[in-house]
Design a protein around this ligand. Structure first.
Ligand code: GLN
Length: 508
């Protein structure tokens, strides 16, 4: 029998519903793989007991003949930035991790902050009878593009363990790529779902701003943050998005708009769709193998009846500067709550009032990148610099959004690379924050504009002496709340570029 855990999510749920495999057996399989591939460090917390109990409950529900949810028995992993009432939530930060008596942090996040409630997206997964198998590793407070900012050590790329998995939701991408979970949730503020999805060879969706509730997502930059799914194929990601989307009384920024038929959209023909190609996304700095793979995927769509048109997004070059002003400003405000009094566990009591005043205990728990962002954000918001930086960034953000508005007057979707390069080596960019920020060059503008985005694997690079074959992601963008178009196109890309199903990393 083929491995149920490797089937698309709708088929896994159907197998459980028909009784071809028990939820318990499927969960045990996932937990087994999580243990076997523990070296990839995708998980900060394995929810073994809770997962087995949830799976047993699904099996009992079935035995009683009760109706089963759309994700019945399906093993799902959750980024550690999302609140879970039965598992710690640490954002991969020592600040949210309990210390032992000597004041040193534990080696994993097992002793982290326990939220008293579930994030809305987590509650919706549970209500759909999903089995939550663990909390995934990430860059601390979702700040980073490689996973190297996790306070507990980075996650490894399953295609080549000397390379990063991308970030910040790297653990959620690895969990899916390595088959440890059927799907996962991440958060995307400037690319944190799309970029690791591209680098790990899975589908990752950044929904439109307001599509999915952020209630219970630890806030990084509130005008940008979105929760979204990872899965091995578009249809599976579509089912997850259908479950987690929609209005939420706990989050007034979540739009009260009908949830699209994302899964059904995967079966629609692409014929007649107009695809925009922004030349700004194909300029200097783009790896030639990524460029040719992305162009080949676009030609394949053309052969299916899409029309291809150049579009101009002239303010793209301001994306990085704009994002790193807006995001750090918002982060400096959002992270003020981690003061060791309201949130944050103190490393040790301050030795003097002066130390308290200067925040000694508070700073003890943040890593270097988080501190850098708080400093930068505080600086751009300070009275002498507000107009020079923050106000200007807000204006530029509007120009970036208007670029997309104009482009979408003539095309239905935009196609471009997700990341300028395939997975890069550990340490390659880690010592240079600016080089790291460049990794987000193609993902930031869509976040600033609040539109819908998705990354779908479209090719593997050719292996050579210095690197094995690595996945390449195609980024698809659509106007806000037009996620259905993304799924129609992504499913076509899969059929055209990987007719035998998604490529699998060479794991033992
Ligand atoms: N890599 C970007 C950053 O470091 C985006 C992170 C994200 O989307 N959470 O801010």
């Amino acid at each position: 029998m083929s491995e149920v855990l490797d089937l698309p999510i709708p088929e896994q749920a159907a197998c459980v519903a028909r009784g071809e495999i028990s939820a318990l057996a499927l969960t045990e399989r996932a937990l087994g793989r999580m243990e076997a591939h523990g070296g990839l460090h995708a998980f900060l917390y394995v929810a073994r007991e809770a997962a087995l109990a949830a799976a047993a409950a699904v099996d009992q529900k079935r035995a009683r003949g009760e109706p089963l949810g759309k994700l019945c028995g399906v093993p799902i992993a959750i980024k550690d930035a999302l609140c879970t009432r039965d598992a710690p939530t640490t954002c991969a930060s020592k600040l949210l991790t309990r210390r032992n008596a000597s004041g040193t942090a534990g080696s994993d996040a097992d002793s982290g902050w326990r939220p008293p409630y579930d994030a809305t997206v987590v509650a919706r997964l549970r209500a759909a009878d999903a089995v939550l198998v663990g909390k995934t590793n990430m860059d601390e407070f979702a700040m980073g593009s490689s996973g190297e900012n996790s306070a507990f050590g980075p996650m490894l790329n399953p295609w080549d363990s000397t390379r990063t998995a991308g970030g910040s939701s790297g653990g959620s991408a690895v969990a899916v790529a390595a088959g440890m979970a059927a799907g996962s949730l991440g958060s995307d503020t400037g690319g944190s779902i799309r970029q690791p999805a591209a680098l790990c060879g899975v589908v990752g969706v950044k929904p439109s701003y307001g599509r999915v509730s952020r209630y219970g997502l630890v806030a990084f930059a509130s005008s940008l943050d979105q929760v979204g799914p990872f899965a091995r194929d578009a249809r599976s990601a579509a089912r997850l998005l259908e479950v987690i989307s929609g209005a939420d009384g706990h989050d007034s920024t979540c739009a009260d708009l009908p949830v699209g038929a994302y899964e059904a959209a995967c079966d629609k023909p692409v014929k007649g769709l107009r695809i925009g190609i922004p030349e700004e996304y194909f300029g200097a700095g783009l790896d030639p193998a990524v460029a040719s793979s992305v162009r080949a995927a676009i030609s394949a769509l053309e052969s299916e009846g899409c029309s291809v048109h150049p579009v101009a997004l002239p303010h793209t070059r301001h994306g990085i500067a704009t994002y790193y002003i807006v995001a750090t400003a918002e982060a400096s405000s959002n992270l003020a709550r981690f003061d060791g009094v309201r949130f944050g566990l103190r490393l040790e009591p301050p030795r003097s009032n002066l130390e308290t005043m200067y925040g000694k205990t508070r700073n003890a728990g943040f890593g270097a990148e988080v501190k850098r962002r708080i400093l930068l954000g505080t600086y751009v918001l300070s009275s002498g610099y507000y107009d020079a930086y923050y106000r200007k960034a807000q204006k530029t953000r509007t120009l970036i959004k208007q670029d997309f508005d104009r482009a979408f007057e003539t095309v239905d979707a935009i196609a471009a690379p997700t990341s300028p390069s395939p997975a890069f080596k550990f340490g390659d960019k880690g010592s240079d924050p600016l080089a790291m920020y460049l990794a987000d060059i193609y993902t930031l503008p869509a976040s600033l504009a609040g539109i819908a985005g998705l990354s779908v694997p479209c090719a593997m690079t050719r292996a050579n002496d210095s690197q094995p074959a690595l996945p390449v992601g195609l980024q698809l963008l659509a106007p806000a709340f037009e996620e259905e178009r993304l799924f129609t196109l992504a499913a076509a890309v899969e059929r055209l570029t990987a007719p035998n199903g998604p490529a699998r990393p060479p794991l033992g």
